[in-house]
Design a protein. Sequence first.
Length: 408
Amino acid sequence: MQEKTLCRVCGGLVREFVDFGRQPMADAFVEPGQLADDFVYRLAVGVCAVCSMAQLIEEVPNELMFHEEYPYRSSGSAVMRAHFAQIARQFMDRELRGPDPLIVEIGSNDGIMLNTIASAGLRHVGVEPCDNLARLAERNGLSVVNRYFGQETAERIAAEHGSADVIFSANTFSHISDVDGVMRGIDALLSKTGVFVFEDPYLLDIVDQTSFDQIYDEHVYFFAAKSISALAARYGFELVDAERLAVHGGEVRYSIARAGVRPPTPSVQALIAMEDLRGLTDEATLRRFAVNTARRRDELVDVLHGLKARGKTIVGYGATAKSATVLNYCGIGPGLLDFICDSTPAKQGRYTPGSHIPVRAPEHFVEARPDYALMLAWNHASEIMEKESWFTEGGGRWIRYVPEVSLI
Ligand code: TYD
Ligand code: ZN
């Protein structure tokens, strides 16, 4: 008998719809000589029958994930650098126009967004729990608080700097199990007319593309307009805008404000109506997603084994956090992929968690000239394929598995 899982947002009953079994932490790259993974947990997702928030069944403690050695750098992609420069400029044009405005970013990583704000001489505070990232951003001239965001941190920032006109967060809110702490923090820190803007992977895109690898330890929640609207309302806030984004495999940029302060744009009702029409958060829809996930795995494994049987060489491209779920769930190890190349120095020379495939610098990709490359960083596919255009020009082929298994 499985224990009941209660919703982290509303306390309602969470119904499980997909189970990937025991999995390592997605960003816990293994050092040479370290034989086993330090920690495994059961990776499974359910949906709340009351507020419709999709969420992990089991969670990994924060301190094990976000620490001194957290390897992810937001600035590794040129497309993402342009994306965050654009939203920063939009904030400056539309929101940060009063006298001496303040913007706070939750999960400021290496400063990819705040750089633009700081260059314009505007007041900003980054909140970043990973010491290495906080230090890196500070070295680049940003003002950073090296803490987790929650009510206490928010109150400290408000006491020191006053209330914030904008609070922004990209690919972070959905990582924070303690939604209550975040929302109390927003309430303590946001000005009366301010806006909290966050962007995270969209459940509808995950279901539509069967991008099951968006599911891993750091992604505690899988947001939809409907669940975010319900969440905001519980704290006296309101969802006032919801904009679909193409980045990271499909996201939504949500804007929430204190209830009644900003008229919601038509996009909010339109998105919720579409989700309802599609039955997005219905258990039946999500169980179908689980069936599609198993089918996608079988297709990918067949292709890889088929190529290997014909003596082809295959490497992986992009040691993403997402790849941990694909590699471990599909049983892809060093027997199938010779190595995975990745531009992140902190990942190079290590092994992928669980699957133990060596991670090497992209130069090794050029040197090895493999027959096939599995596109693990599929959310950056255009950028990478353009950069590595020599690969297909020389007869190499990319293997995709999102939105379907295909050879390019
Ligand atoms: P990403 O998909 O952004 O996130 P996550 O780890 O959350 O799944 O990770 C992209 C990875 O791909 C990152 O480790 C850097 C790597 N990468 C390259 O090696 N070369 C590139 O040109 C780009 C854009 C990314
Ligand atoms: Zn709920």
